[in-house]
Design a protein around this ligand. Structure first.
Ligand SMILES: C[S@@+](CC[C@H](N)C(=O)[O-])C[C@H]1O[C@@H](n2cnc3c(N)ncnc32)[C@H](O)[C@@H]1O
Length: 240
């Protein structure tokens, strides 16, 4: 973490200062709503600004190349997890929450997943996705306020989304939403899981395994060991 901060200062001190001023003083005026924020507007503006680059969904303080390196590490872990689950990729139903720039959509496509639904709070990139993945479906929804979809899935992925849900009520709503969509023996993969529960910025909150576990009764779900993932951990939950 310290290394990353030092690298940002070294690489682009002015950029870091500008982003700091924007995120601490300007953006809250634009997006904050009490203890929450206007997530749809925030993500619509962010994807409109950065398009399909990894800076849109990754760390704005890193270069595209650094984000790509980070994502590559994440993807190696994800591939290992997915293979461990022994899925028949061409047969399973997959739901991805917060598909962002389509990074994991591409991975699932490469793994030969045929049945895929991507949900995101903003549809800015959906026209591109429809061209690139014509057999996949994309739905605009806020998983913290609306039912996702009346269907059940073998695999649900939600990567780098929960840290952008900043109230516990909304986190709980989203987790209950996901439960309803998970088949028996289905697997839910979620990251980042942090060590402390804490709000950092108007659009950033870290959540712990306890925050998640409270929504998944022990007798109905199996929690695997946490796996290191970027600067956090990833959690695999299976419905018994
Ligand atoms: C940091 S990006 C991660 C994107 C992608 N999962 C990845 O790892 O590259 C967060 C994504 O979650 C989406 N998102 C944020 N809040 C959401 C919500 N309440 N419901 C649905 N999607 C949401 C954003 O629009 C964005 O695409």
């Amino acid at each position: 973490m310290l290394k990353e901060i030092l690298s940002k200062i070294y690489n682009n001190p002015l950029g870091l200062l500008q982003r700091g001023i924007f995120k601490i003083f300007i953006a809250p005026f634009k997006y904050r709503k009490g203890d929450d924020y206007n997530a749809e507007k925030y993500w619509q503006d962010r994807f409109s600004k950065y398009g399909k680059t990894l800076t849109a969904s990754g760390d704005e303080g890193l270069s595209e190349e650094e984000n790509r390196r980070d994502y590559q590490l994440a993807v190696n872990t994800m591939i290992a997890i997915l293979h461990q689950e022994k899925f028949n990729f061409d047969q399973i139903q997959v739901l991805e929450i917060g598909c962002g720039t389509g990074f994991y959509t591409q991975l699932l496509h490469d793994l030969n997943v045929k049945n895929y639904i991507g949900v995101d709070i903003t549809d800015v990139l959906f026209p591109e996705f429809s061209k690139k993945f014509p057999n996949y479906n994309f739905i605009q929804k806020d998983v913290t306020t609306e039912g996702i979809i009346a269907q059940q899935f073998d695999l649900i992925m939600m990567i780098d989304v929960i840290e952008h849900i900043v109230t516990k009520d909304k986190l709980d709503f989203a987790m209950k939403n996901i439960q309803k969509c998970l088949k028996t023996n289905g697997v839910f993969i979620i990251a980042p899981i942090m060590e402390t529960s804490k709000k950092h910025l108007f659009y950033l909150h870290s959540w712990t395994i306890q925050d998640i576990k409270g929504n998944f009764p022990d007798e109905e779900y199996t929690f695997r060991e946490l796996i290191p993932f970027r600067q956090s951990s990833i959690l695999v939950i299976q419905k018994n």
